[in-house]
Design a protein around this ligand. Structure first.
Ligand SMILES: [Zn+2]
Length: 209
């Protein structure tokens, strides 16, 4: 007899209560979302394989938060680290201003030049972005992850002509966040349709400090 074996992800949610969402700017529900992978036989759940995601998500904006009293969504920090990592990697300290512009275009909020500079210093001192991405991967929603990938693309787009190496950088960020290549491609395609959120090609390189 042939057994049809497989894997299935099931999400369960629990309402943690109302909170004042800094993005929605009003009272919303904070939901704890737990995604578990199951081993299946004939599509029937047999064995739990482990938790693939466990995050607190606003039911208004879809962003995730560390706790009910958090002042900013969790992805803000990761997004800043990704921008700083790419600036540091390309040696583009004069690109901080453009990275602030990208942060604003993606999140609608401001980030100070000092905050980005601090993160660049951290990375130059050997702090690993990919370790950070790995630890935040199951704490972020799909929306958060797609915005982080957008920010990475915009920074590279503002820094260099997008060729093989540059796409590889974006794909590595996507991969570390557990986002498949097809999804990364779709995110990039959407970004082009959205006129790169007002960020110009080679904006950093053409900028005279
Ligand atoms: Zn919200």
């Amino acid at each position: 007899m042939l057994f049809l074996l497989g894997e299935k992800t099931i999400a369960s949610t629990e309402n943690l209560g109302e909170f004042n969402c800094p993005i929605c700017d009003t009272q919303k529900n904070l939901l704890r979302v737990i995604e578990k992978n199951y081993f299946t036989i004939f599509f029937i759940r047999i064995l739990p394989l482990g938790i693939t995601a466990d995050y607190n998500q606003c039911d208004g904006c879809g962003h995730t938060y560390s706790a009910i009293d958090a002042e900013a969504p969790l992805y803000f920090e990761t997004l800043q680290s990704v921008l700083a990592y790419l600036l540091a990697g390309y040696g583009l300290n004069h690109g901080i201003e453009v990275s602030q512009k990208i942060f604003k275009a993606i999140t609608g909020k401001e980030v100070s030049a000092t905050e980005i500079q601090d993160r660049i210093n951290h990375i130059n001192q050997g702090s690993s972005l990919f370790e950070q991405l790995k630890t935040s991967v199951n704490k972020l929603s799909w929306l958060d992850k797609s915005l982080i990938i957008e920010a990475a693309y915009l920074l590279v787009y503002a820094a260099r002509p997008i060729e093989y190496e540059e796409r590889l950088q974006i794909n590595l960020v996507g991969n570390a966040l557990g986002v498949c290549l097809e999804a990364v491609n779709a995110i990039v395609k959407n970004l082009s349709a959205a006129q790169y959120r007002g960020i110009l090609a080679m904006e950093i390189e053409n900028h005279t400090p």
